[in-house]
Write a protein that binds this ligand. Sequence first.
Ligand code: AFP
Length: 336
Amino acid sequence: MIVPPISLSAHILLQPFSQSELAQDLAHCLNHIGLAGKLIAKELRTAGLGPWLGSTGTTNIQGEEVQQLDQQANNIFLQVFQGQRLVSVVVSEEMEKPRFIKGAEGTGRYAVFIDPLDGSSNVDVNGPLGSVFSIHRLAQPGYPQAEEDLRKKGHDQVAAGYLLFGPSVNLVYSAGKGVFQFTLDQELGEFYLTMAQMTIPARGRIYSANEGNSRKWAQGAQDVLRYLQEPDTQTGRPYSGRYSGCLVADVHRILLKGGLYFYPADVKNSNGKLRLMYEAAPLSFVVEQAGGMGSTGLQRINDLVPQALHDRVPLWIGSRDDVILAESYLRPKSQT
Ligand code: AFP
């Protein structure tokens, strides 16, 4: 007997919490994110055939160059949320201010945070790309009155995950009850479940970091790198280095194989480079649900209360034992 594959929508209905209002809301949000994923994947497949690669010539709120595809991916997310009534606000890496969704002003119970196209330096070289999403429930339905209402801890996320645009397209999410991976059947235009209750190995043999920056890191971070590179058969070192320049792709590899991804602070950027609310927090939520950890090196990412929507944080994420080991190097000596 052939067992029919489980689509994204069917999967949510099969969950133990499927009768709850939350499950229905979640199905709604994930289906819209899935739709954005299909539309972005379609753009990416043919981007090189038209004039859509390269920069727009502008910079975003982060001071980073905006690629044409960054803007397109951002527009796609905004478009898919138009006309629905459950998500009333979208916060994006590409927009300084939150965008309120027309039509959801009285009814929207959720805020969606997105990095619409992660790894944009890979755009012009046909490397992997991603999108990251984080879903928060609003205290009141409608538009949040103040920005503060959106600055929630990672632990408050209702669901979080990412889309990975590699040789195939994956949607990985957690709603706090395990981690699930879906793969897009491009011909049928449907995401199907390909991994359920994913778990990350307690320890890995891979590290992922932009070593070009290592001389700018604090001593503790340099010591972690040195430890990972040291030969030692008993602990399986040296670890292999793997870095694509796309956070989603690098963390996805670590989720599947185990190991450590890190983007530390450096002498110029005391908070590192990665954004808390739509990069570090959602990925930490997923990795923690799989049994791993997400840390600033000193504290759990999802304990942090954001001071601003576009806050940055140092990130150490991956296998539990590897993150704990890194933290032991990063703690001030007086605390060890
Ligand atoms: P964006 O493409 O969304 O700006 O993100 C890029 C990124 O934040 C993340 O995907 C990478 O891990 C990291 O930057 C790469 O940074 P470096 O080029 O400094 O290694």
